[in-house]
Ligand binder design. Sequence first.
Ligand code: TK8
Length: 335
Amino acid sequence: MRIKFAVTALTAMLLATGAVQAQDFKPRLVRFGYGLVEDSNQGRAVRMFAKEVEKATGGKMKVRAIGNAALGSDTQMQQALIGGAQEMMVGSTATLVGLSPEMAIWDTPFLFANTKEADAVLDGPVGDKVKASLEPKGMVGLSYWENGFRNLTNNKRPITKLEDLQDVKLRVMQNNVFLDSFKTLGANAVPLPFSELFTALETKAVDGQENPFNTVISSKFYEVQKYLTVSNHVYSPWIVTVSKKWWDTLSPAEKKVLQDAAIKSRDFERKDTREEATKALAEIKAKGMQVNELPAAEAGRMREKLNTVNAGIAKTVGQSTWDSVQAAVKQARAK
Ligand code: TK8
């Protein structure tokens, strides 16, 4: 009797608090694509996301994590999401600029000085606003993950000053801000999808690239690159996105599971990425790369040159987005 009462009371309580019921979840398969290898910060976080979703739906929603760009490059996967042929992905915000110009704000060179500023701005109102710009384009943005501060690698020479970039054939993401930035700095910038990058470096089709330490390790760029220059020239976010077509077929409970898992996996991913990054430089050196720091004065000269790019970004994203991001950075910096 007592037990029966307790069970009934518990059920009533769960219903009253709006706790979700098993029937809120339909059997579903989520194909979740990403570009890096399975053994990377990106791969680990996608697997964590998958576990969370399966747990929260009692196994009804299955997430198939598909890495290594096996479902295509970032831009190919975006098209699959828009068309409804794929449910989810995580990739660079930079490759979304063609669809959603506001995303170019995150490509502003030297925008954030540290991860504290990045988190505050990306997770704040202006980050949400930029994320929401994807919806009319057929994608729903759930959370920003950390790709990280980007650093230069190449086979020509250590980059110790601005002039050293001269004539370095440098792979950049498929994005006009990156293209303009590195052209402005004197490099011979070539846009290429990430999925073609290792081969391009190996065959010497390009001399160099720029990515966070974590990626230099997980993608084994140290096997095909001699010099690494710590430049931290820009912070790159990744963004977790869902096909809007598919999203619109989900129940509110299913949407909530995905949204919650996107936040949990974001927190896991940032922590994991930062831990890995602190150890990465030692590992990169141990793998035989020659590492140098870009002197602050040279970073300053690059920054100065890139002011012309900033004007273009403000135009692309709209002055109000530019201003609100600048204000949010200022606020985060003051804290
Ligand atoms: C992975 C890419 C990668 C990015 C790049 O798909 O392309 O250089 O940094 O992380 O999104």
